[in-house]
Design a protein around this ligand. Structure first.
Ligand code: C2E
Ligand code: MG
Ligand code: MG
Ligand code: MG
Length: 279
């Protein structure tokens, strides 16, 4: 049957309703089931600096139900639309923080980057959830980084600004994800307390042949650097792309060329192996 769902974590009253298609309702039900039955997991993908050192690992959510595997490209938009992303996001904050503590205890301390959706940042429960995760995991804020897409900054409401302030006040890093793809507003970029700029994969995919894309990557890298941010190229898959982004002077790279997202035990082994050969 039909049903009205409201975006965000608010109850139905007063806000604009969003009608979900049947498939979306199924995905929503699957996500609730996954949360309750332990079918959610995080995989981790390394970000490698051009000098070969490890910059961070990014936590990427996986939903593995007994009968089907849901991909983030499918379930994240539904989770955002229904508001369940707030609960999924809190789960990610805690799991990511616990994993950062684990890496530290295993002698391979590395920043863990956690993706945060717009709906989380507009929720008043965000700052307390972040604090709770840090305390519960007993992990230094400097070992956590949050990734926001640019669309967050379209609405810099009081709650959003307060949440951004508390992220930075806590000493947690702030990355702008998928930069250059959507709503790249340079005025907002200038005012944000971000510590990292991640250049969207769409610019990298066409390298090294597309000289105009190369020019844009090089200019974005300079912009990020001038603003004091660490610049990361996303989606590097080949040695030729690696060479191109190095020539464009990015600081670090993420992509299948270096490593795919891996389950926690696999990334731990990968980090330990790397550490023994560290430059
Ligand atoms: P993202 O944050 O930009 O994450 C990077 C995505 O690019 C990941 O896809 C990763 O597997 C993929 N990727 C990395 N290197 C390469 C490469 O060399 N080539 C190609 N073709 N792809 C590469 P994934 O895991 O499917 O996640 C997709 C998106 O879903 C993420 O994009 C992020 O926006 C969202 N997402 C994933 N996990 C979470 C989460 O825990 N919370 C929130 N809010 N969003 C998440
Ligand atoms: Mg990300
Ligand atoms: Mg990204
Ligand atoms: Mg992306």
């Amino acid at each position: 049957g039909k049903r009205l769902i409201v975006s965000g974590d608010q109850p139905l009253s007063g806000r604009l309703g969003v009608q979900l298609a049947r498939e979306e309702l199924i995905v929503e039900a699957d996500l609730h089931r996954a949360l309750e039955s332990g079918c959610l997991a995080l995989e981790y993908q390394p970000l490698v600096r051009v000098d070969g050192r490890i910059e961070a690992v990014e936590a990427l959510m996986r939903c593995e139900l007994p009968e089907r595997r849901l991909l983030p490209g499918k379930f994240i938009p539904v989770a955002e639309k229904t508001g369940i992303i707030v609960r999924l996001g809190e789960w990610c904050l805690l799991q990511g923080a616990l994993f950062a503590a684990r890496l530290r205890d295993e002698g391979v301390a590395t920043k863990v980057a956690i993706n945060v959706s717009r709906a989380q940042l507009t929720s008043r429960s965000f700052a307390p959830a972040l604090q709770a995760a840090l305390i519960c995991a007993n992990v230094a804020p400097a070992l956590i980084e949050l990734e926001f897409t640019e669309s967050l900054f379209l609405d810099l409401s009081e709650t959003v600004q307060a949440n951004l302030r508390s992220v930075r006040a806590a000493g947690v890093g702030m990355a702008i994800d998928d930069f250059g793809y959507g709503y790249s507003c340079l005025a907002n970029l200038k005012d944000l307390p971000a510590t990292k700029l991640k250049l969207d994969r769409s610019f990298i995919r066409v390298l090294p042949d597309d000289r105009r894309a190369y020019a844009v990557v090089k200019a974005m890298a300079m912009l990020g650097r001038e603003l004091g941010m660490t610049v990361v190229a996303e989606g590097v898959e080949t040695a030729a792309q690696q060479a191109a982004v190095e020539a464009a002077a990015v600081d670090a790279v993420q992509g299948f060329f270096h490593a795919r997202p891996m389950p926690d035990e696999a990334v731990l082994a990968w980090l330990k192996e790397r550490k023994t050969h560290e430059p």
